[in-house]
Ligand binder design. Structure first.
Ligand SMILES: Cc1cc2nc3c(=O)[nH]c(=O)nc-3n(C[C@H](O)[C@H](O)[C@H](O)COP(=O)(O)OP(=O)(O)OC[C@H]3O[C@@H](n4cnc5c(N)ncnc54)[C@H](O)[C@@H]3O)c2cc1C
Length: 236
């Protein structure tokens, strides 16, 4: 693929030929970059796909959805497709390595509030038991540990976190290795957003809170006292 670049080595988005497939690593950064590229190139974002193949000229990508409960088959006859994948696709269809092209992308520092929830190894989540200071501490903990911020529906309703951070039945489904739930009671609607293999650590002032039934580690404590200690420890 021969692409003209300007003096800065940037490729004009309209130079990518129709029917281009860009594959990035399936990491939180890869997912974010894939979204940026799709917007810049006016491409089709396929998301995190498990398989990519071709049926004639039609690109077929398979993607798990609803936490792996169903498989989506996405078909694209033309256009620029952008996907993230754990493994490069197998098979003998032609994959050309384009010369390294540089797109002009503004870099902004990610905070835990805009770190991708999908693929995050740690989600640090707050509920109605927290206030704005509590969420600021969760944000600090998540940022220090390279995690992403989550929230319960009531915390979103209270304006403590944006709706894009909501975990649960009507929010995101997340599958981190660790899920820290602070001031969250553990209702079925919230737990529906957490993968079965995820280990939960709970902080709640009520020893009878249902979340403790699902948590591997629990602290019966006032989050207003425990979270600053935790942040201090992590900042070491
Ligand atoms: C159709 C439908 C869809 C829904 N979808 C979602 C969804 O996607 N996500 C979601 O989260 N909810 C959802 N809900 C709402 C859900 O039913 C619960 O209301 C919600 O999950 C409770 O959120 P919470 O745990 O933050 O609040 P609460 O249940 O009020 O729990 C707050 C907890 O904080 C603890 N606490 C209080 N003060 C402190 C302190 N100082 N330190 C430590 N702990 C403290 C309390 O002991 C309590 O356990 C949905 C409901 C419906 C009907």
């Amino acid at each position: 693929m021969d692409l003209d670049t300007n003096e800065a080595g940037e490729v004009a988005p309209n130079q990518y030929p129709d029917r281009t497939l860009l594959i990035l690593p399936a990491t939180p950064d890869g997912d974010v970059l894939a979204g940026v590229l799709a917007a810049r190139l006016d491409g089709v974002l396929l998301g995190r796909v498990s398989d990519i193949g071709f049926d004639g000229d039609t690109l077929i990508a398979t993607r798990p959805a609803y936490g792996g409960r169903i498989r989506l088959e996405l078909r694209l006859a033309q256009g620029i497709a952008i996907a993230t994948m754990n493994e490069p696709p197998a098979g003998d269809h032609v994959i050309r390595h384009a010369p390294l092209a540089v797109l002009a992308i503004d870099r902004v520092e990610l905070s835990a509030r805009n770190a991708a929830l999908e693929g995050a190894h740690l989600v640090v989540s707050g509920g109605r038991g927290l206030d704005a200071d509590g969420f600021a501490m969760l944000d600090g903990i998540a940022r220090k540990l390279d995690g992403a911020l989550g929230a319960s529906l009531p915390a979103v309703d209270l304006g403590l976190a944006p709706v894009s951070r909501q975990i649960g039945q009507s929010g995101h489904f997340v599958t981190p290795r660790l899920y820290l739930a602070a001031g969250i009671s553990g209702t079925p609607q919230h737990l529906a957003g957490i993968g079965a293999a995820t280990r939960i650590i709970a902080i709640n002032s009520d020893a009878d809170a249902p979340i403790f039934r699902y948590a591997e580690v629990g602290a019966v404590a006032d989050a207003r006292q425990l979270l600053p200690e935790l942040l201090r420890l992590i900042e070491g």
